[in-house]
Design a protein around this ligand. Structure first.
Ligand SMILES: Cc1ncc(COP(=O)(O)O)c(C=O)c1O
Length: 392
């Protein structure tokens, strides 16, 4: 017999309608859109920078791993054991990026929570860039450290924050900022951290596979990979086209994470299909080291075309090209107009943007043809809202 659920004396979720109305009035309501397996849209919204997520070698590697190791990791690797596949991926990604050791986790988000919380304690000073990704911010919030948020890309502010602090300190920054696509001044940040005996923790989600020699990442490009005081996190979900996250650093740090990082210890290990696909993508990238340069060139062409037409686009240091919109609702309409004409672009509005400025966000990738770049740039220009152009 079907049981009747008890009725609540009052609606405990009644407050949600009020929040929804406030969001809607500000043009900030979000809805999930269905996405077919084969989309007719040209994708400038995803983070598949090298065009590997559907590459037959990568999908085959994922499928093979799934058939060999199962659909899931079945538990925390500390409980059910660690597969040869995970060990192989960790050894190869550490070798590729130039770090001593690696630990893969279920997502880049989990990797950032792991690194920030395991490297800090009560009394540690965390110095965090104001434009850092939400996962680094949440890591700071979860940690028991004192967090000082410093102005964006400002090594002098980092030095000031560290001055006079005795004891442990960690400087935390994205390598490439996900909203505007600009790069952090890594060499200066490393010098500032080093001069005060602090560690440097860098999230290279948007640099791995794109920046540095053959895509070895922003830290490799800056000569900081493998340094004893530097730790790197990254996602396997962008240029590697798979899913998952990784922490790279000295072997002692990685061993500490295995023992102390709650998002590693209390989370099911990275799914075998994702690990296999990431490993397949990494091997393909080693064989085809020109892919990163193609993706970067596409980003620069977008920037040149859009700014020549008067749009306010930030110069891209990697594959993210960010174009300012006059308001959240204008950004939504602009993105919808592009979608109706066959182009998918990202639409970033508060609270996803730290400065409250709405943007369209295009992600360039290595598979775009010159014609696709020119056509999509023309479409973005012809559908732009009036106040989006700096020359208007
Ligand atoms: C800078 C940055 N760090 C971390 C993440 C999180 O990675 P994941 O999607 O693998 O959780 C993202 C985006 O997703 C990101 O842009």
């Amino acid at each position: 017999m079907k049981s009747t659920p008890p009725t609540a004396p009052h609606d405990p979720f009644g407050w949600i309608a009020e929040h929804t109305a406030v969001r809607a009035a500000a043009g900030l309501h979000r809805e999930l859109r269905p996405r077919p397996a084969q989309s007719p849209l040209l994708d400038l919204a995803g983070n598949d920078y090298l065009g590997l997520s559907r590459h037959p070698e990568v999908t085959q590697a994922g499928a093979d791993a799934c058939l060999t190791w199962g659909a899931g990791a079945t538990g925390s690797r500390l409980v059910t054991g660690s597969t040869a596949l995970h060990a192989e991926l960790e050894a190869e990604i550490a070798d590729f990026t130039g770090f001593e050791a690696a630990l893969v986790l279920a997502s880049g988000y989990a990797a950032n929570l792991a690194a920030v919380t395991a490297l800090t304690a009560q009394g540690t000073l965390l110095v965090s860039d104001a434009a850092n990704h939400a996962s680094l911010i949440d890591g700071c919030r979860l940690s028991r450290a004192r967090t000082e948020v410093v102005p964006h890309a400002d090594p002098d502010a980092v030095r000031k924050a560290l001055a006079g602090h005795t004891g442990r300190a960690v400087v935390v920054s994205d390598a490439v900022f996900s909203v505007d696509g600009d790069a952090a001044p890594l060499a200066e940040l490393a010098a500032a951290a080093r001069d005060s005996g602090a560690a440097l923790l860098v999230d290279d989600a948007h640099g791995l596979g794109v920046l540095g020699d053959g895509g070895r990442g922003a830290l490799h490009a800056a000569g900081l990979a493998g340094a004893p005081d530097v730790v790197c996190t990254a996602t396997l979900s962008k240029s590697l086209g798979a899913q998952g996250g990784v922490v790279l650093g000295p072997a002692a740090v990685i061993d500490h994470l295995v023992n102390a990082a709650r998002t590693f210890i209390f989370d099911t290990g990275l799914a075998p299909a994702a690990a296999g696909a990431a490993l397949g993508a990494l091997r393909l990238l080693r064989r085809e080291p020109d892919r990163p340069a193609r993706a970067l060139a596409a980003a620069r062409t977008f920037h040149r075309l859009l700014t020549a037409a008067g749009l306010d686009a930030a110069p891209p240091d990697a594959c993210v090209v960010s174009v300012r919109a006059p308001s959240p609702s204008a950004a939504v309409t602009w993105a919808a107009d592009c979608r109706s004409a066959g182009l998918s672009v990202g639409c970033f509005r508060p609270p996803s943007v730290p400065d409250g400025i709405s943007r369209l966000r295009l992600t360039a990738n290595a598979t775009l043809t010159d014609e696709q770049i020119a056509t999509s740039a023309s479409l973005l220009i012809s559908t732009a809202p009036p106040l989006a152009t700096t020359t208007a």
